[in-house]
Design a protein around this ligand. Structure first.
Ligand code: GAR
Length: 214
């Protein structure tokens, strides 16, 4: 059995589905222990139920501040003893107490070629800037938003005629490939977080692994 993994979502959960499918097909050796959402209406919770994965939900709106919400999430996750936390469209910023509790064990996927375009609305910003390349980045989560050590990037050439929703769809298809792959590399220990950096096969990685897609 692979490493015990918690997947945190806020919405549709297409990345979660990619993990479920990759595990079911034998392409990914992780044990999907729990799916957590901060939104009870998140479709991803239904995907979890369909796959027989326990679902947990705590509403952030029920807490006075970020840290008390995060402490409640940690207490819930602890029951599953996760070794890896996968943020898959989890749209809450994590407090330092949460990040330090799971240092080097939290992954995020961000729809841009970080360090370009941290934050929201990345596809529109890329089109407005006229960039040639766009894509998505899997990275370790640190206290600074969208700035942790990068692990794997999937990139594609931007068609200047495409709309932001079209570009978003193409980038999401890439995420469904690179995120399970990156999580598998971390789960197996080939990629590690050490001394604030990403290490691949025992060597500090100056840059992420890059995959180019059509
Ligand atoms: C993904 O495209 C992910 O990159 C993005 O949310 C989407 C979730 O889709 N994450 C962020 O923007 C984080 N800053 P999903 O719920 O269908 O997996």
């Amino acid at each position: 059995m692979g490493c015990r993994t918690a997947i945190l979502i806020s919405g549709s959960g297409t990345n979660l589905q990619a993990f479920i499918d990759a595990v079911a097909e034998g392409d990914l050796d992780l044990e999907l222990s729990v799916v957590f959402s901060n939104d009870p209406g998140a479709f991803g919770l239904r995907r979890a139920a369909g796959a027989g994965i326990p679902g947990e939900c705590i509403r952030h709106g029920d807490f006075p501040d970020r840290e008390s919400f995060d402490r409640a999430v940690m207490a819930t996750l602890e029951r599953y003893e996760p070794e890896l936390l996968v943020l898959a469209g989890f749209m809450r910023i994590l407090s330092p107490v949460f990040v330090s509790r799971y240092e080097g064990k939290i992954l995020n996927v961000h729809p841009a070629l970080l360090p370009k375009y941290p934050g929201l609305d990345t596809h529109r910003r890329v089109l407005e800037a006229g960039d040639e390349w766009h894509g998505s980045t899997v990275h370790f989560v640190t206290a600074e938003l969208d700035a942790g050590p990068r692990i794997l990037q999937g990139r594609l050439r931007v068609d200047p005629a495409e709309t932001a929703p079209e570009l978003q769809q193409r980038v999401q298809a890439i995420e469904h490939r690179i995120y399970p792959e990156a999580a598998g590399l971390v789960g197996s220990g080939r990629i590690e977080f050490r001394a604030g950096q990403s290490w691949i096969d025992g060597e500090p990685a100056e840059r992420p692994i890059i995959r180019t897609f059509d």
